[in-house]
Design a protein around this ligand. Sequence first.
Ligand code: ADP
Ligand code: MG
Length: 453
Amino acid sequence: MAMIIAICIILPMSHNEWKKQWDHITKQLQLKLPSQTFDAWIYPLHTKMVENTIKIFGPSRFFLNGLETHCGKEIEQVVQDVLKANVHIQYQIDTDEDVPIESKKESTSKHIPSEIDGHIDPRFTFENFVIGPSNEFAYAACHAVAEQPGESYNPLYLHGGVGLGKTHLIHAIANQLRQTSGIKITYRTGERFTNELIKAIGNRSTDQFRKNYRKVDVLIVDDVQFIAGKVSTQEEFFHTFNALHEIHKQIILVSDRNPHDMSHLEERLCSRFNWGLVADIQRPNLETRLAILANKSALAGITLHQDVAYLLASRIDNNVRELEGALTRLTAYSHFTKKKIDVEMAKIVLHDQLNVTVDSITVDDIQKKVAEYYGIPIKEMRSAKRSRNLAFPRQVAMYISKKLTQLSLPQIGTQFGNRDHTTILYACRKLEKRCQNDLVFQDEVEQLLSNLR
Ligand code: ADP
Ligand code: MG
């Protein structure tokens, strides 16, 4: 496809005449637009006139969208001023037929391959990412950015704990964009960005360093927390950020924490991180962990019995990378021993990861630890009193009992003063949800779990 500006003019123009007019138009545009905008969008254009249509060619949909959004009005206005004619404008991507003869030499095929600078894992795609309540917002944001880079959310700032899929999602953006024509993507970790800068300072080649970063369409920086506190890196990053943001190039940042929690991050950089969209990834709930396991085992070509899947997903609950590691270990063990994967094998092979022998913890132990933790008498675990300071620890103990023991809901109910199984279910659902949304509570549960294991 090609980008077209179609103008109704009274007289037909020869190719040379049109070239002169276009030169004139670009000079006017150069006066009107900031130099970076002119260099990025207008300078690379080539044009052609067919009857009363002026065609301006761009290499990709991404490029043309950017051109239309950022310079469309100015182009229209200058074209009208210069040609003094009734103006009609269209945008289109290059096709061989529409490319002027002199430009055909430059473009050998319709698809201009994207350039990726940095390592992108081809397995990390949107298709391979399991969506659940903990990550659906982050997924949607990344997907939107991959569809319309530089348009929807800029910068996109993604944060969350270790092993929750942040790197997977930003690689998915790059993998989708690499199929789009003519985009230059640079992927860096905060650490590599810093090291490159230090090297550039040492070699006195900071100008080249700057140039390299400022000609990208999409800049992705993973683990950006690494630059916090490093004064010259932050300074350089700040300028790169501004230069790219100004000309609407997409910036994607990933961190293990919220911008506001990045100690030693300069205030002006922090506020820029908040300009676009900040999205977080939480720990996945049990259903999502089970779905991730199913997805990973399908990719590995193995079938995991649901008992084994449940054991892994219920015990390894705060890090998808660990869950994946457990599956890999189990698969390798089964491969070497030529035995089928079952619960017994999982308990033996993964004893250190599963943290606890399945049957060793009792509801009594849990009630005792939770009562101590919240400072209530243990007998209140079984009592019928419903004041919040008693009911909440009781619900926590129910929730942990379901997490750490193999008992059914009615069996747990019996040990909490003969409560109905729906009461236990209600507590489990409520607290699982709270764990997703409340980091302080998540920490409390973590502490209790590690005390018990
Ligand atoms: P982070 O960058 O947040 O530390 P990664 O993106 O490296 O985590 O994820 C760790 C591993 O877990 C990767 O192999 C990734 O594919 C996998 N993973 C995490 N979340 C999901 C998910 N929702 N669906 C599929 N795989 C996931
Ligand atoms: Mg990562």
